[in-house]
Design a protein. Structure first.
Length: 190
């Protein structure tokens, strides 16, 4: 997710690790999926989460020269936190390659004259609103509300609007540490 302040990127690498609670607290039956792809693997936390749920998971990661737009596999599920500037392109490519697509995006992505026709053609089937603002840096939030947008062709995920349980104190402490470590490693090129 691209976090910006007055049009200036706060992170030159455009890498913002997803706090684990954001997907751990989703009330989704992961056993309905046998395979998945993570288009923006970053430090691998979403991919590892899916594997822990017995979902076979492949990945793309631009920093490893594995460009998602060069990948054309077929999977049950695509789950990711795409770069905000390419969210629509990530959704479009994902919808061609998966029966269920779940993307973490800003809620204000719903509004835009530029995306009006696209939304009419691609309405999400479900929305999982984060009840707490995530900290992608471990150093506070960006004052923006987020949700997991779901496009599900197979009805594995019930239609509707849902709310993701806020993180526990333990999850917050863990995620703050993990996000800081992941960002430090990414920006130092390790």
């Amino acid at each position: 997710m691209s976090r910006q302040k007055k049009g200036i990127r706060l992170n030159d690498t455009d890498f913002y690790p997803t706090p684990s609670w954001c997907y751990e607290n989703l009330e989704i039956d992961w056993s309905k999926f046998s395979n998945a792809h993570e288009p923006c693997a970053g430090d691998g936390r979403i991919m590892n989460f899916l594997k822990s749920k017995n979902v076979d998971c492949s990945y793309s990661e631009i920093t490893e020269n594995k460009d998602f737009f060069d990948w054309n596999g077929k999977v049950d599920l695509i789950l990711t936190n795409p770069p905000f500037s390419l969210s629509r392109e990530f959704v479009d490519h994902s919808l061609k390659n998966a029966d269920t697509v779940i993307m973490l995006m800003r809620i204000n992505f719903l509004g835009s004259k530029k995306r009006y026709d696209w939304w009419k053609q691609n309405p999400p089937t479900s929305l999982f609103v984060l009840s707490s603002r995530p900290s992608f840096t471990g150093k506070g939030t960006d004052a923006t509300e987020y949700a997991w947008y779901v496009w599900d062709k197979t009805n594995k995920i019930p239609k509707g609007i849902y709310f993701v349980k806020p993180p526990t104190k333990k999850q917050n402490l863990r995620d703050k540490k993990l996000c800081v470590e992941a960002l430090n490693k990414a920006t130092q090129g390790d």
